[in-house]
Design a protein around this ligand. Sequence first.
Ligand code: PBG
Length: 324
Amino acid sequence: MFPESRPRRLRRTPALRALVRETHLDPAQLILPLFVLPGEGRREPVASLPGVDRLSADLAAEAAAEAAAHGVGGVLLFGLPDAKDAEATSSWDPDGPVPSAVRAIRAAAGGLVIATDVCLCQYTDHGHCGLVGDDGTILNDASLPILAKAAVAHARAGADLVAPSDMFDGRVAVIRDALDEEGFAETVGILSYSSKYASAFYGPFRDAAHSAPSAGDRRSHQLDPPNRAEAVREGLIDEEEGADLLMVKPALAYLDVIRDLTDATDLPVLAYQVSGEYAMLHHAADRGAFAFRDAYLESLVAIRRAGARATITYGAVDAAKWLA
Ligand code: PBG
């Protein structure tokens, strides 16, 4: 009790604060998302996401090499195909933007962890994450073989991790079986977006990835924001189905869920600081609310402190520079 107890003694100097610090950020535990276009020499700024560009495979490889040079641990690739149809056939094209970028990045920055987003929403003309039935239902079981084909295409190109982000039931098991059958049992892991919410914070991403649904929404498959126990249940189901890593998404508004899932599973839990969270920090900083760097690094520490082993974030390269 005061006056014997004075916690401020341990905060008096930088060295004392460093001595007792509980949480550290390591660039090796940051993952940079990249939006990849077909073709060559293409760079298109994303209006709603400050500092983020869509890049063709050659420029994505340069960006990945720069990230690796600053110690960033990995990249997560999103494909922006030229061709979209109702069956998402371009999602498993071996020469699609994602497999092409995987090969280019492997050649330019071999040591980097290369993860690929597996979902159909960027590849369907209706913008839904799977096939859609005649009555407008987003079909679960019929979509699974297509997700598995996309995952196998990414694995064949050389991805380390495939990351299903669709939130359909049973997809981790189906993808694991397909990878095993194709000879990737020992080499390709599954980073499951296990606990992904139907969130308003994906707004800028849907602009970046041209993946907003033309009608309807994602609430029949993504988690309902008020639910907490269900997010843990989803994570444990994916662990059971063979996931190697779990994920909570978004991050900042779901720190309780990151903590719950971290406590409930033996697998590493990752967090995705999504487009809207990242844009929000930029816009607030631009309006003078705070310095971007301070607020951004604080947000990354908070996500780590909540239990996330690694974080997917659009500012991974800046963070790595600032942490150096
Ligand atoms: C689906 C996917 C989305 C994001 C990552 N993967 C969008 C969605 O579910 O609508 C959002 C990421 C972000 O907002 O940064 N392929």
